[in-house]
Design a protein around this ligand. Sequence first.
Ligand code: BGC
Length: 926
Amino acid sequence: MKKWIGMAVLAVFVLISGCSLANQEKISDLKVTHLRCEYLKDPLGIDVVQPRLSWILESSERSLKQTAYRIIVSSSEEILQRNSGDLWDSGKVKSDRTNQIVYEGKELRSRMKCYWKVFVWDNNRIMRESHEEGFWTVGLLDEEDWKGTWIGMELDPRFLEPEKLAPGPPPPWFRKTFALLKPVKNALIYITARGIFRLHINGQQIGKDIFAPEWTDYNTRIQYRTYDVTENLRQEKNAIGAVVGDGWYSGYLGWRKFRGNYGLQNSLLLQLEVKYEDGTAEIIASDQTWLCAEGPIISSDLLMGEHYDARKEMPGWDTAEFDDKDWKPVVIVDKPQAKLVAQPSETVQVMHHIEPVEIAEPKKGVYVFDLGQNIAGWVRLKVRGETGTKVTLRHAERLNPDGTIYTTNLRDAKAMDTYILKGGEEEVFEPRFTFHGFQYVEVTGFPGVPDKNAITGCAVYSAAPPAGTFECSSPMVNQLYKNLTWSQRGNYISIPTDCPQRDERLGWMGDAQIFIRTGTFNMDIAAFFTKWMRDVADAQSKEGAFPDFAPRLKDKVLMRFESAPAWGDAGIIVPWTIHRVYGDTRIITEHWEAMVQWMDFLQEANPDLIRRKKTGNNYGDWLSIEADTPKDLLATAYWAFDAELMAEMAKVIGRRSEAFYYEKLFQNIREAFQREFVLLDGRIKGETQTGYLLALAMDLVPEDLRARSAEHLVENIEQRDWHLSTGFVGAGFLLPVLSQIGYSDVAYRLLLNETFPSWGYSIKQGATTIWERWDGWTEEKGFQDPGMNSFNHYAFGSVGEWLFSFVAGIDLDSEITAYKRFKIQPHVGGGFKYAKAEYNSIQGKIVSGWKLENGQLIMNVTIPANTSAFIYVPTEDMSQVTESGKPVKDSEGVKFLRMEKGAAVFKVDSGSYIFESISKTGHPEF
Ligand code: BGC
């Protein structure tokens, strides 16, 4: 009976919505899409008890706005379909908000599955139901929810005292068979490891994660993953298998020459929770009944590579039918002190497959494959040959002059995979628990002569959704954009690293903060940095110092790196950036105390408001070119910046007195800075480009001297024959500040330089990623010091921000966050004929493209539904501007505001627009 009533209600609803749909088609093409929970699409096993929901409105209509929404969250799909929110029905909320909406329904408990959708009303009074439905599941919130025990394989005592740079033991393979006697409704696995795992069920790998549960400070926090394995189970006999590699837990880390930085024994914890159709449930968990064995992986390490002997493969090891009589019982391993948390970010996965562009044979039997692109990952090898044949793969970023691979810059990272053939048919090998930073692969021991098909590059990185693209008429700049995108990919691997190839690969904070804004344009990195900020917080010292890199090992002396200016300050800059770009206030509240402690720490150490005390390291403007920016100047500028961002963030989270306090602190540091570093003629002490850039960018120069300081900066660039001298810190500010102070022409000049030092110089030398140093390789000197010479370091790639924000002109509004309102202000120049960027913001897709045609500037822009933008159309005369061929005054959704610095400024609502502007005076760029 109930069912009939339900169906009748449904039918009436379908009828009503069907009718209104028919009417709506004519007026509105609005779609409600991209339903996400905590920045993730349909996440499994989250541990946020009040998750935030978001969606995107898609419509080509002009001036479309959301006026209200209603969110429905239900405990089953059927209930959701009846539009009944048994968990939460927000009711109709008058609001134009589409993101950061906090779930306020019934208390979420472990294992719940929540289905949701949203209804949106727009300014045409039309109601739309979301195009898709979303869901999330709740993970294991309480310690008691974990029923399994940590299991490991008895460790050969030889590996208890690690030897310098020696390989570790073979990773343990685990298995368990079990029978399911009743029809299964659904089944989830909760799993984690000390080490990195691959999970298998009934002969298949589960999920795409390759390094789960990824890197955290294992002494503080260990992430777990949740997989839905309903489809993988069978009635009757089943097998679960897992192999646990060393990863960051027990493998080599950084330049430490010993394994086992968090522990030596890899271990596994998992539980499979099966719900049967009849309403009963069962848990199969890791315990002493599991078996373990050594398999074909002889050793495997992120830095060193993988040694694999296919003769030791155990076909069917992950199936119920496998004969495991030689497998041993597992050992029960101590429970960690660290808390278990759900991974809040996208996992590392294989993201691209790349075919080689060339094979060379610089020496007899030594084949060098060129992928044409420097990546982080590994290669898939296809080979056929006799049993026992050993093929060795070595990886490198560059070649020696004789065509052999250049590996000296890898320092102690061996980056070598070896494969021993089982023999017979074609064999395919991909290592599991390693990655290398490379463009070239040297293959030795290959039976016969390999062709291009023998090797495929597999690029791996954190699967944060792609966000933006940039293109312009300069092939060199397009290559630069490509290079910085690939450097981001190669270095966003679980955490933001400095480089992916040598024995380092640490979450260096200076690199991360200087690049983050560029990072947001390329990928949606809200979840990625939500995770990493927790690593940063875990690594904060008890005195309040933020580390220089995170995660770190707090107790190990060698890893006591902290509080470096522009590095530690990432602890403030990252939450602020994530807030600005994604409207995230939770990252501010979550880390507020930590940020306050950092500010107190700085103030205590530097009572005269010049940050000169060495509380840790000070790398200055790292890797600048013959320019010594005073370290206390750089440090003080960053401190002032911190204070200003703190004031802004305090306001956002309603801490008014602290906002006032930090604003005052900013003013006081500013004055101290001026006394100490700003000369009467606007010169900045040290007279380096970076000194000027920081003083100008962080508003530390008195108003009446700004123009003079700007001139001195440009003089300095001119004195260097229009070249940069900036290091990691200054390079991020160089072009944006030049544009802000009215010297976009100089900015373009620096961008387009091809002589040393410049971005173009590395591209001329064939760079396919951003180099760590401007002089990584020069015609005069060849390779720089191999002790520190990475060819995949994104820091100098921070120029990407300028390409998006100034060349294409997409930028945030100074008052309203998250692109709800934003700016499109292209800086036309550089002799470019066109430039175009697309950016998937949290509100939807923004497009800004311009081209010059017959003395006319044509701008194509798209403003997402429910947002507005200020558009700056370069012109001397507003009457010369048209939109879609009409005078702008007749154009729907466009309002002229004012003329400003050679541009007509319009306020524009959502929709696509074509502005055309004719230059009367023959502007040189037109
Ligand atoms: C890293 C950098 C890092 C720096 C600190 C280097 O070894 O590779 O990227 O920021 O140390 O100065």
